[in-house]
Ligand binder design. Structure first.
Ligand SMILES: NC(=O)c1ccc[n+]([C@@H]2O[C@H](COP(=O)([O-])OP(=O)(O)OC[C@H]3O[C@@H](n4cnc5c(N)ncnc54)[C@H](OP(=O)(O)O)[C@@H]3O)[C@@H](O)[C@H]2O)c1
Length: 165
């Protein structure tokens, strides 16, 4: 159960904790997106006991690598990632551009998988939640959950390559 966008989070957290104690729900988390409220979320993550947090992260918007991702890992809190394609904008940037040959080294066959594997290979990330209205995109995205993942060196290569496009 997630508290959406930190809205009235103190009130909701109290309710959700009671529900968890009663066995009605198993995991409690708080969400934000678009890089909003990072300082506030950081404070909550430091001071409250949560099962998971949700925020935005993708190959273009990497701000959370500095503080939120390492903090979640330190606190043992699971991380859900929203906006993995920057609301679809990443696909416009790679339109007409071929996937580099070395993407095969981590079993990646499309730009969608390239973007998703970049995210799930971060050691602090638990799960990514891409949005789509199309079955063939859903199938493409699910394929990112299979095969090898890029290591740290490869992740840097991916980010540098994307930035150079
Ligand atoms: N505060 C919050 O809690 C919060 C805020 C924002 C988002 N979210 C959640 O985060 C998730 C992600 O949402 P998002 O809409 O922000 O953005 P997103 O996943 O970054 O991007 C979605 C866009 O990517 C396109 N797309 C998806 N798969 C594709 C593929 N394989 N190939 C080409 N295009 C592809 C989709 O178009 P098609 O429809 O054409 O596939 C859509 O336009 C959602 O579950 C949303 O509810 C939560």
């Amino acid at each position: 159960m997630q508290i959406h966008n930190l809205r009235d989070w103190q009130t909701h957290l109290k309710t959700l904790r009671a529900w968890k104690a009663e066995g009605k729900i198993r995991y409690i988390g708080i969400t934000t997106s678009h890089g909003k409220s990072h300082r506030k979320l950081e404070k909550i993550l430091r001071n409250e006991s949560l099962d998971f947090v949700q925020f935005s992260y993708n190959i273009e918007d990497r701000d959370v690598e500095k503080r939120l991702l390492p903090l979640a890992a330190d606190r043992g809190v699971a991380v859900l990632i929203n906006r993995p394609f920057q609301h679809g904008e990443l696909f416009s940037k790679v339109k007409g551009k071929a996937l580099p040959n070395w993407a095969a080294e981590f079993d990646c066959a499309s730009w969608g998988q390239f973007f998703l594997k970049f995210i799930v290979s971060h050691p602090a990330v638990t799960c990514v939640i891409p949005a789509t209205s199309k079955i063939h995109h859903l199938q493409d995205n699910m394929a990112a959950g299979f095969g090898r993942l890029p290591n740290t060196v490869m992740r840097k290569r991916m980010a540098d390559y994307f930035a150079s496009l």
